[in-house]
Design a protein around this ligand. Structure first.
Ligand SMILES: Nc1ncnc2c1ncn2[C@@H]1O[C@H](COP(=O)(O)OP(=O)(O)O)[C@@H](O)[C@H]1O
Ligand SMILES: [Mg+2]
Length: 341
């Protein structure tokens, strides 16, 4: 159980400033997800927290104590990698016990810890197997078990589900959430997948080019993204961005467009049919039938492409003109600097 604080953390590799400056506080027991595009510095941040990389400047605090000069082995962080990093010649039991044996933990205590972690992860029947005799999901659970037996202050996960197939990824998400609930541990989880971030996090940290763009609960990021980057990154299908002057000319939407607005954001799931002559006139280009919903591609009069997630029983055909609006609460306005108004 631990808190974590990053104060003006910077990281430069050679001449390149990969992390220009990050300030962050993580509360005891929080499940925090770092999300952002590939190369934005997620792994670098995590490695600095773990003690595998040194910050160029700034302070790292665990439970209020500065740990910059504390080695990785003594920081009390356990990291789980995408690649599992299991020893192929060792059994599941030995893979989980290895770190404790190195630390000269008494044998009986090791056995108790390994068996209890194995039970938690439903690996108890597999302790005698080698990694090659396990499925991808089971291997990842062994890697997580190896972290659990160390009883770390902070768990660090670096894209741990990326090598699993889609179905398994979804079930592992809820397993990890359940694990968090049971262990009540502080966890930091890195992913480039915004759906993973939305479904798992207590608190999401959105990163771009080594900077924090926004920190907030999933619902806050979805409902009130602070700029166009977060607005476009969080939510699937992606938010539509429309020229403000065009939306301002539409009677049903004009009141939702502030004077300083440059772009208007409307999510595909927020379009609703407008009364005749009141909405935006959209020309249908095509659609994908998804069952309960139909994802319609259309264009504004100025040819700006937009997507609409409409009820599945609609049968809009290419070249149809449909008139659409959105509730004022679902209309996002951004200024000329891409900031939310
Ligand atoms: N050891 C290193 N030496 C030089 N550049 C690095 C090193 N590690 C990472 N980088 C660079 O830092 C940036 C961030 O990398 P990384 O933290 O791995 O991103 P992410 O995990 O978000 O995909 C990338 O541009 C990457 O090329
Ligand atoms: Mg990475």
């Amino acid at each position: 159980m631990s808190t974590l604080e990053l104060k003006s953390i910077e990281k430069t590799f050679d001449q390149t400033r990969v992390i220009p400056g990050v300030d962050l506080q993580v509360k005891d027991g929080e499940f925090v997800v770092f999300v952002g595009p590939s190369g934005c510095g997620k792994s670098t941040l995590l490695r600095m927290i773990a003690g595998l990389d040194m910050p160029t400047s700034g302070d790292l605090l665990i439970d209020g104590q500065r740990v910059n000069d504390v080695g990785a082995a003594d920081r009390g962080c356990a990291m789980v990698f995408q690649s599992y990093a299991l020893y192929p010649h060792m059994t599941v039991y030995d893979n989980m016990a290895f770190g404790l044996e190195n630390a000269k933990v008494p044998k009986a205590e090791i056995e108790q810890k390994v068996r209890s972690a194995a039970a938690l992860l439903r690996l108890d029947q597999l302790l005698a197997r080698k990694p090659t005799q396990l499925s991808g999901g089971q291997r990842q659970r062994v890697a997580i078990g190896r972290a659990i037996v160390r009883n770390p202050k902070i768990f660090l996960f670096d894209e741990p589900l990326s090598n699993l197939d889609a179905e398994l990824r979804i079930s592992m998400r809820s397993e990890l959430r359940e694990l968090h609930r049971r262990l009540r541990a502080t966890m930091i989880y890195v992913t480039h997948d915004q759906v993973e971030a939305m479904t798992m996090a207590d608190k999401i940290v959105v990163l771009r080019a080594g900077r924090i763009e926004q920190i907030g609960a999933p619902q806050v990021l979805y409902e009130k993204p602070c700029n166009t980057f977060v607005a476009g990154f969080i939510g699937s299908p992606r938010m539509n961005f429309l020229p403000a002057e065009l939306v301002r000319a539409c009677p049903a939407l004009a009141a939702a467009v502030p004077a300083a607005a440059k772009q208007i954001g409307i999510r595909p799931e927020h379009w609703v049919p407008a009364p005749a002559g009141q909405g935006l006139a959209l020309t249908v280009a095509g659609s994908e039938y998804l069952g309960a919903q139909r994802l319609v591609q259309a264009r504004l009069p100025d040819q700006t492409p937009v997507e609409l997630l409409l009820p599945g029983d609609r049968n809009d055909a290419p070249q149809d003109v449909i008139h659409m609006t959105a509730d004022a609460g679902n209309v996002h306005a951004f200024d000329s600097n891409d900031q939310r108004l």
